[in-house]
Design a protein around this ligand. Sequence first.
Ligand code: UD1
Length: 346
Amino acid sequence: MPQILTVLGARPQFIKASPVSHAIAKAGMSEVIVHTGQHFDALMSDVFFDELAIPRPAYNLEVNSLGHGAMTGRMLEKLEAAMLAEKPDLVLIYGDTNSTVAGALAAAKLHIPVAHIEAGLRSFNRRMPEEINRVLADHVSTLLFCPTRTAVQNLAAEGITRGVHAVGDVMFDTTLAAIERSAGRSAILERLALTPKTYSVATIHRAENTDDPARLAQIVDWLEQRARTAPIIMPVHPRTRKLFAQRGISPAGLTLIDPIGYLDMARLVHHAAAVFTDSGGLQKEAYFHRVPCVTLRDETEWVETVDAGWNRLWQGPDFAERRDIPDYGEGNAAHLISELIAGTLK
Ligand code: UD1
């Protein structure tokens, strides 16, 4: 039986892994999950494994709360040991975090094929740690699963054409499952006494936004102005919470809440009037729920959402005319990925 070793570490990776892990099991392959420990508390990690029924990690490397060099370095060392012990036929990595690049590099050096889910995304901003992680991971991957045609073109522009497959977006698979599961299981609207379509949802966590005090203040100011017309609910990422506390920021008109689970988030976004975010995943989820999004960044990897009128940059032009986006697939990306992996490992 082919064995896959999957590297997970951060919240968006748990969300992407859920449909893929189920499809891998269904296809008769075995999977060992290694959690790097990058996101570690119950609200940022455990709740996703529970709610999305992701198999329990066989390893937790407990690497977190370090600078980029130390974090990536320690992960690399511990991931190599896990890979040597497990001898997988393939290593599966997701997205653009430090856990992604550490997994890619550890496997490539051991000559284990790497499959990258969400390959080919580019912001063309090399000051973002995520952009460096994406470029490096893609260049050592054997199988590159792209969520969009733009991603395929981005890879071609860097000379990567072998092993590239446009399969659609696994987060669409997860969203469809969550819409179904959250009905009757999430009480978030009742808990916060919210009426559908009368509130907005905001998140901020990118280092490019949080680490520069002037920029963070500018974003908070923008959100406060928006909150004058409709209340804003903000589940606060630990990075942002720390910085708000250090700088004494308590935004007027924003309801700050702890990070919430996936089913609560799906229901909260589904009924929101708008989403304001610097998260990559949430920009697309807003579209999946057909809620307009304003992206709190100067560029986005998800250019289709902007072209199709569902997203715009906060300091950019107004929304384009709205249309659907066929690129993200039909909610069967995880199935396509598991078939392609099984075909390669035969
Ligand atoms: C990371 C990823 C980013 C991804 C994001 C999703 C990198 C370079 N960045 O950013 O691509 O979009 O995850 O959230 O890998 N913390 C806690 N509890 C937790 C997790 C984190 O307190 O469960 C704290 C950490 O100790 C740290 C801060 O939050 O001080 C930031 O965490 P970190 O792992 O550095 O990166 P993220 O900002 O989450």
